[in-house]
Write a protein that binds this ligand. Structure first.
Ligand code: NAD
Length: 480
């Protein structure tokens, strides 16, 4: 049955004023799942106006009361966890077990951010003048727009809305056109728990039609965007029209460096998990592997064994699978082209290498070695279950190869040697470095990319601060 969802604007579920809709497909079955409003610029203006109207009052509430709403949303999510997880799996193809992790993590994240209500603080600064206090307040920015990708669609709503709301901002969320259904469920929960109208809004539609309006409206104080580098540039350009703050979480091309003294089994398991989780469609997961040449053969043998064991299928038909399909046909074709290009340039196909001939957008678990940094496969995001493997001789060479990249989001290193680990940590130019473990950030950490991976970041106290601006007050009194 094809479901019908609405947008959520000013506390009401509404169609687009254009009355247009678009279809959402299941990438495992290629069947239509739902019809969703195709917003136009007027819908975006309506949502931003509602958020702007609600914001001054929302900001006046004690932060702890705003936080209580987040706790209630978290409870509402837990009560519908199964349904939400199935909705996510159906529309973007991740396994049901991963979707369930995402839903529970989202609820925990809302609880975590709610706890900041009593913890974020201003400052009192020493004055140079007698009888003067300098007070630094941390205040809400105002209206935030949150533009999302499809790969962790439900969690990313909370990653933006939770810090925004607890600090007194209001928000308009635009989910990806690939995965809007779960956002409608989020809005249903928000509505059910009675969040004041206009504080949280959802518009659904295509980025090339409404993205600019979301990024350039003068009433918006910050655009919090997660997605590709190319779209991030467009958001930044649009936001510059009214000097709107941007928070950009963009792509990654994470290196995994495996030294000769590493626990090779642990390293191979972590790299394979990293490439298989979410079918390889994760911004922070190992996108290129550098292994010290003396252990390359042993490491590659382990990689092959573990990748061969990877199972895949329709996430709603099979539960004991490691991955589902890629998100859509375009994604599948992109992965295929990158792999073919690597082989044409001299890469050696060790395993897999092609799309699976069946309904759904599946790509075989793939390993390619003999690759080097000049190849597209080592420079562009693959976003599929493909591991390219290159070698190095010295630590210095590994550092140079890893840093030779326009992205700077995450990196991982595998070694038992403290000196090697510390040398790498001090010289790698990435926002995150994982030592002897897979790439997966903690909600109390800080996820922020260097170079073209973004501006600003998310999570923890530093992520919360992104949603605040300062007001410094110079307060003079006469004194006695
Ligand atoms: P995308 O850039 O194609 O789309 C992201 C969002 O931007 C969508 O909602 C889309 O509709 C919207 N959009 C499109 N054109 C727009 C415009 N002109 N103005 C404003 N918005 C517009 O990205 P995607 O394919 O959905 O997601 C995959 C990308 O996201 C990858 O590059 C991945 O690395 C990145 N990502 C990064 C992080 C992170 O934390 N750094 C997390 C998840 C995903």
């Amino acid at each position: 049955m094809v479901k019908q969802y609405q947008m959520y604007i000013d506390g009401a579920f509404v169609p687009s004023v254009s009355n247009r809709t678009f279809a959402v497909y299941n990438p495992a079955t290629e069947q239509i799942l739902s019809e969703v409003p195709r917003a136009n610029v007027d819908d975006v203006t309506r949502a931003i106006d509602a958020a702007a109207q609600a914001q001054p009052d929302w900001e006046q509430w004690p932060a702890v009361e705003r936080g209580q709403y987040l706790h209630r949303i978290a409870d509402g999510i837990r009560a519908r966890a199964g349904e939400i997880a199935e909705t996510i799996s159906a529309e973007m193809g991740k396994t049901l077990s991963l979707a369930t992790v995402e839903v529970n993590f989202t609820a925990d994240y809302l609880d975590y951010m709610a706890e900041w209500a009593r913890r974020y603080e201003g400052e009192i600064i020493q004055s140079d003048r007698r009888n003067e206090h300098i007070l630094l307040y941390k205040k809400a920015i105002g209206v935030v727009t949150g533009i999302l990708p499809w790969n962790f669609p439900f969690f990313l709503i909370a990653r933006k809305a939770a810090p925004a709301l607890v600090t007194g901002n209001t928000i308009v969320i635009k989910p990806s056109e690939e995965s809007p259904n779960n956002a409608a469920l989020f809005a249903e929960i928000v509505h059910q728990i009675g969040l004041p109208k206009g504080v949280f809004n959802v518009v659904t539609g295509f980025g090339n039609e409404i993205g600019e309006a979301l990024s350039s409206n003068e009433k918006v104080g910050m655009v919090s965007f997660t997605g590709s580098q190319l779209t991030g540039q467009k958001v930044m350009a649009a936001a510059s029209k009214h000097i709107i703050k941007v928070n950009l979480e963009l792509g990654g091309k994470a290196p995994a460096i495996v030294l000769a003294d590493a626990d090779l089994d642990l390293a191979a398991t972590a790299v394979v998990n990293s490439r298989v989780i979410n079918s390889g469609q994760v911004c922070n997961c190992a996108e290129r592997v550098y292994v010290q040449s003396s252990v390359k053969a042993a490491f590659l043998a382990k990689l092959v064994e573990k990748m061969q064991a990877v199972s895949y299928g329709d996430p709603l038909a099979k539960t004991d699978i490691d991955m589902g399909p890629l998100v859509n046909e375009k994604g599948l074709q992109k992965v295929q082209a990158i792999v073919e290009n690597a082989v044409a340039q001299g890469g050696n196909l060790v395993l897999g290498g092609k799309a699976v001939e069946q309904t759904g957008y599946y790509f075989e678990p793939t390993i390619i070695d003999n690759v080097h940094n000049a190849m597209e496969i080592m420079r562009s995001e693959i976003f599929g279950p493909v591991i390219p493997v290159a070698t190095f001789e010295t630590l210095g060479e590994a550092i140079a190869l890893a840093n030779d990249c326009e992205y700077g989001l995450t990196s991982s290193i595998y070694t038992q040697n403290l000196n090697s680990a510390m040398t790498l940590i001090s010289r790698l130019k990435f926002g995150e470095t994982y030592v002897n473990r897979e790439n997966f950030e903690a909600m109390q950490g800080y996820h922020a990319g260097w170079r073209k991976s973004g501006i600003g970041g998310a999570d923890g106290k530093h992520g919360l601060e992104e949603y605040l601006q300062t007001q410094v007050v110079y307060l003079q009194f006469r004194g006695e």
